[in-house]
Design a binder for this molecule. Structure first.
Ligand code: PGA
Ligand code: ZN
Length: 410
């Protein structure tokens, strides 16, 4: 049981800070009467779903911060801590729109998480306990969904598919992190061997970028996953390949566009089904356009057994969109991104609906990140099947290190 909070919000600071691409975003800092501080900043996406809330008002980051200072801060100063749903409801009420277009979804996200962090600090407890429905149980650490090769809009000159992923399960979070790093290294080794004279780069999420067609890149990934999995099989580490196709970004004029060809939606479904079985994919995110519930459902029927079929742009962490997906059995998992909906309360609602329906949740970073670690707490608090946060780069490793701190050897 939790003690009743006596601590309150004393001071709220909002500031413009910068993400890993150098774009402006929002950081919120809440100081309590008791002198504790909760701080959080929001990430930003590049392949944003149509149904997400907007990150910033159209007048820009500064306008969102200014309006929040004027309209919201006086209301929440003096508020009791520990009332997350009331706090988040106030964010919605003051904004007054469906898509957070007055304050900005990123302003709301930073505040919502900072409030949870201040609550946790006041209780002298880890953040995940202030978020979860079940604070008395340490949930089991999620699988790591680690992006090791980048393409699409997160890379220049790479494959068309956005993300080539190592899906890693191990007895401890620490063993998962080490295996994910090993796959990243092994992919690098294989790329240098294949392309000894080609300059290799890194993409927005810290994965390798190489000028390869999609299936050849997947072959490299699958080989690296096999090598690392075999090396660690006796330590009960399982490593399988996965993809985030971010297919809405590939669709133009009714066709999905790859480096060297374009295919119809039916062919796209066939193509992904073949990749799933040929490469034993454990994880397939956004294989089809964000409105194509029907083909999502067909793919899930065909190849969903034993692998996660995940909707990101399809659901945008929205309960309404998720319910449509559940009604049609469109997938078996949902990607969870707090700033797609703007508050922890909305996030929890989507997560609860997924779990009630027997679906998995995968808690995810964005391509533009800040070096905060709070995402690991959200994944743990939701009891997520996976934590998707990249592998290398300071802003990615910050989340993995936080996971090691809170659940590393559990
Ligand atoms: P974004 O994409 O953060 O650039 O929107 C990440 C993803 O599609 O999972
Ligand atoms: Zn995605």
């Amino acid at each position: 049981m939790h003690m009743v909070e006596t601590d309150q919000v004393q001071r709220v600071v909002l500031r413009k800070v910068y993400d890993s691409r150098g774009n402006p975003t929002v950081e919120a800092e809440i100081t309590t009467r008791g002198g504790k501080v909760g701080r959080a900043s929001s990430p930003s996406g590049a392949s944003r779903g149509t149904h997400e809330v907007v990150p910033f008002p159209k007048e820009g980051v500064d306008a969102g911060i200014e309006r929040t200072r004027e309209r919201l801060v006086p209301r929440i100063t003096g508020a009791a801590l520990g009332g997350q749903s009331v706090f988040d409801a106030t964010l919605h009420e003051i904004d007054g729109t469906e898509d957070f277009s007055v304050l900005g979804g990123n302003t709301a996200t930073a505040l919502s998480v900072a409030y949870a962090a201040a609550t946790a600090e006041a209780r002298d407890e880890p953040l995940w306990k202030a978020i979860t429905d079940d604070p008395d149980v340490l949930p089991s650490p999620p699988a790591l969904v680690g992006n090791v090769m980048n393409g699409g809009v997160h890379a220049v000159g790479g494959p068309a598919i956005q993300e080539f992923i190592a899906f890693v399960e191990a007895p401890t979070a620490r063993a998962e992190v080490e295996a994910a790093v090993a796959v990243h290294r092994e992919v690098g080794r294989r790329l240098r061997e294949l392309l000894p004279k080609t300059a290799l780069g890194k993409g927005d999420e810290g994965g390798w970028v190489a000028p390869l067609p999609d299936e050849q890149a997947l072959e490299i990934l699958a080989g690296a996953c096999r090598t690392v999995g075999e090396e660690r099989a006796d330590r009960k580490v399982r490593v399988r390949p996965g993809l985030d196709l971010a297919a809405s970004e590939l669709l133009r004029d009714g066709h999905y566009h790859y480096r060297d060809r374009k295919i119809t939606p039916d062919e796209q479904g066939e193509f992904v089904a073949r990749l799933a079985t040929t490469y034993d994919l454990a994880y397939i995110e956004d294989p089809l356009d964000q409105e194509d519930f029907e083909r999502f459902a067909e793919l899930t029927r065909r190849v969903g057994k034993g692998r996660l079929i995940v909707g990101d742009d399809l659901y945008t962490t929205s309960v309404g969109r998720l319910q449509q997906g559940i009604d049609r059995s469109a997938s078996n998992a949902i990607l969870i991104k707090v700033n797609q909906v703007g508050t922890l309360t909305d996030t929890l609602e989507a997560s609860r609906l997924a779990r009630r329906s027997g679906w998995a949740t995968v808690t995810s970073h964005r391509s533009g990140e800040t070096p905060d670690g709070w995402l690991a707490h959200v994944a743990l608090a939701l009891g997520s099947r996976g934590l998707k946060c990249g592998v290398l780069g300071g802003e990615r490793i910050a989340k993995l290190n936080e996971l090691v701190r809170i659940a590393g050897d559990a």
